[in-house]
Design a protein around this ligand. Structure first.
Ligand code: SF4
Length: 587
């Protein structure tokens, strides 16, 4: 098999026979690469040693600026974008519209693909100019400034060009687009030696597999990777004393969700809009932009063309049964973070690791169940509630001593039984339903129908969070690898069940948002009807977007962002960055 060329910003990859083939293909003397992407890594597939791994030249600047940034981009293949990155790419695309400029005594070629076997570097030089000498020009988005990492990048480009052309290059330039100014970089011995040291440092990071510590300073403001990296949060968790000096910044994702559950409805694309129709009626007509998820429940059809465009734009499509069973989802693409999936599978093989994580998921669930009961008992002063609260508290104390998953499940089972035994006390007398015990498949009463539907919606969101982070959702630690069930999503949702779903069910019942007209009783069980589902979707969306103060970092953010945050913390524990997973506990 030949070499594999991963291509950065286009989310695609190309096979080439080998590096020479790329050279033949892309070079003719000083050949112009008609490409506007950034080459990341060329890897000889049959040989796994580092001789055949090439570093992207653009990553040289990242190693010096923030090694953690380099790790995420190169080792984990992160493609995260923000406004700065997009603007830079647009400028690059505009520049590349003209590939060659020639005047008397001066010529300029753009997007020149180069590689060096000696330095093991590969990349694209923005511009190569030639007057009496030849030199590279690197374009930067901002205004004129001194930057050693930029100097090293342009020097690396020059060194690769020297190797290709067999000519000496003594200078390079950095062109600052905003201020329209050029800065000359003199390529002296100390700069050349820094290039070599930086390349070696890059390979050290790749070989060690360790994630460099976060910068957690001004560099992180405006960094496209902040949402993944969590620099301030990680610093606080690793070193408590830093809490006073670092200021975590919450990141948001507040896209909209389209729910469609009309039997026989057809969802399709029309121009830049989504159309939901049934026979000749238009049920929904809305813009395609800023859509986070599409949730289809029951017998709803969706066009292949719409699925394609949704996936292209990073929108997930989730499928539920009409009764609320979660079937699964279509995700834009599998995360490139194979390092995390390897760590997850390794932890899954170890009983002690599984127990360590499972214990925290159960701790989160039981603590939040207890908190929900305590909140209600502040006004109710019910002795049964108090008994359940006391029992759960005593069981929580036993968690640290258990040594097997079975004992853990035993404790979880006892506490859930105690909790649901008194759940009916939390429902107001004016509500025309009773709750006796938890039942499902199918639910036998309205309260169980609401709980079941809510847990399915929560599974959808937690599944989405674990996949965004790069986990394999089917490998869990508490739920283990239950065939066909998103085991890790079920693990992580334990701590959220009481605070997202149970409390929401109590709210919609006690406030009369959902009443007996919103259910249909069938021979097989009790289900939400059309009006009931619509009301419940609305209430669930409000809960997902509800702002909450984070108990550790003290910033406000919506629950839906907390789902992702918890999944990211679990990833950082599995990859050895954080020591322990802390469940999300409410006060
Ligand atoms: S957020 Fe900060 S620490 Fe993280 S990659 Fe960006 S600059 Fe580096």
């Amino acid at each position: 098999m030949g070499s594999l060329l991963f291509v950065g910003s286009k989310l695609s990859f190309y096979y080439f026979h080998n590096l020479e083939y790329i050279e033949k293909l892309r070079w003719k003397g000083l050949m112009v690469g008609y490409v506007n992407y950034e080459v990341l890594i060329v890897m000889e597939m049959l040989k796994t040693n580092n001789e055949h791994i090439y570093l992207p030249i653009s990553a040289i600047a990242e190693i010096l600026y923030c090694p953690r940034n380099f790790y995420y981009r190169v080792v984990e293949g992160a493609q995260d974008l923000n406004a700065h990155v997009l603007e830079g790419r647009l400028q690059e695309d505009r520049r590349n519209e003209r590939t060659r400029v020639a005047r008397e005594g001066y010529s300029q070629v753009r997007s020149v693909m180069i590689s060096s076997e000696k330095l093991r570097l590969i990349g694209v030089v923005d511009v190569v100019e030639e007057d009496s000498e030849i030199y590279p020009v690197e374009y930067k988005k901002g205004s004129l400034k001194e930057s050693l990492s930029d100097d090293v990048q342009v020097c690396a480009q020059a060194m690769v060009l020297e190797e290709k052309l067999g000519r000496d290059i003594n200078r390079g330039y950095i062109y600052y687009v905003q201020s329209r100014t050029r800065r000359e970089v003199v390529l002296d011995e100390s700069l050349r030696s820094l290039v070599e040291k930086t390349v070696n440092r890059g390979f050290e990071i790749i070989n060690s597999g360790e994630i460099p510590t976060p910068a957690a300073d001004a560099r992180c403001e405006g960094c496209a990777l902040a949402r993944r990296c969590l620099p301030f949060e990680v610093s606080c968790l690793v070193d408590e004393s830093r809490k006073k000096t670092v200021r975590p910044i919450p990141c948001f994702n507040q896209g909209r969700v389209l729910y469609v559950d009309e039997p026989g409805a057809y969802v399709r694309k029309k121009g830049e809009r989504i159309w939901v129709t049934k026979e000749k009626d238009t049920l929904i007509d809305m813009p395609l932009c800023n859509l986070e998820q599409v949730v289809l429940s029951g017998t709803v059809n969706i066009s292949a063309q719409l699925i394609k465009i949704l996936l292209e734009r990073g929108t997930e499509v989730h499928f539920l049964s009409r009764g609320g069973k979660y079937y699964g989802c279509l995700q834009p693409s599998l995360s490139k973070n194979s390092v995390l999936r390897i760590a997850q599978h390794k932890a899954f093989q170890s009983n002690s690791q599984c127990l360590k994580y499972a214990r925290e998921f159960v701790r989160g669930k039981l603590t939040n169940m207890r908190t929900l009961l305590v909140r209600h008992n502040r006004t109710q002063k019910d002795k049964n509630l108090l008994l359940a609260i006391t029992k759960i508290k005593s069981m929580l104390k036993k968690l640290d001593d258990i040594t097997s998953l079975n004992s853990l499940l035993g404790i979880e089972g006892i506490c859930s039984k105690e909790y649901f035994k008194v759940f009916n006390c939390l429902i107001k007398d004016t509500v025309p339903f009773n709750f006796n015990k938890r039942n499902r498949r199918p639910p036998e009463d309205p309260v169980n129908a609401l709980l079941g539907y809510g847990y399915s919606l929560l599974t959808k969101d937690i599944s989405s969070a674990v996949q965004v982070v790069g986990f394999d959702p089917y490998i869990g630690f508490l739920h283990r690898s239950n065939y066909g069930r998103p085991a890790l999503a079920l693990d992580l949702m334990e701590e959220f069940r009481p605070i997202i779903v149970d409390s929401l069910v109590l709210k919609v019942l006690n406030k009369g948002v959902i009443n007996k007209d919103d259910f249909e009783c069938q021979v097989t069980g009790t289900f939400l009807n059309d009006s009931g589902r619509k009301k419940f979707y609305r209430a669930y969306e409000e809960r997902r977007h509800e702002m909450i103060t984070h108990p550790i970092f003290n910033y406000n953010l919506p629950y839906l962002r907390i789902f992702e945050l918890q999944a990211r913390f679990l990833a950082k524990v599995l990859q050895g960055e954080l020591y322990e997973y802390k469940p999300f506990l409410v006060r």
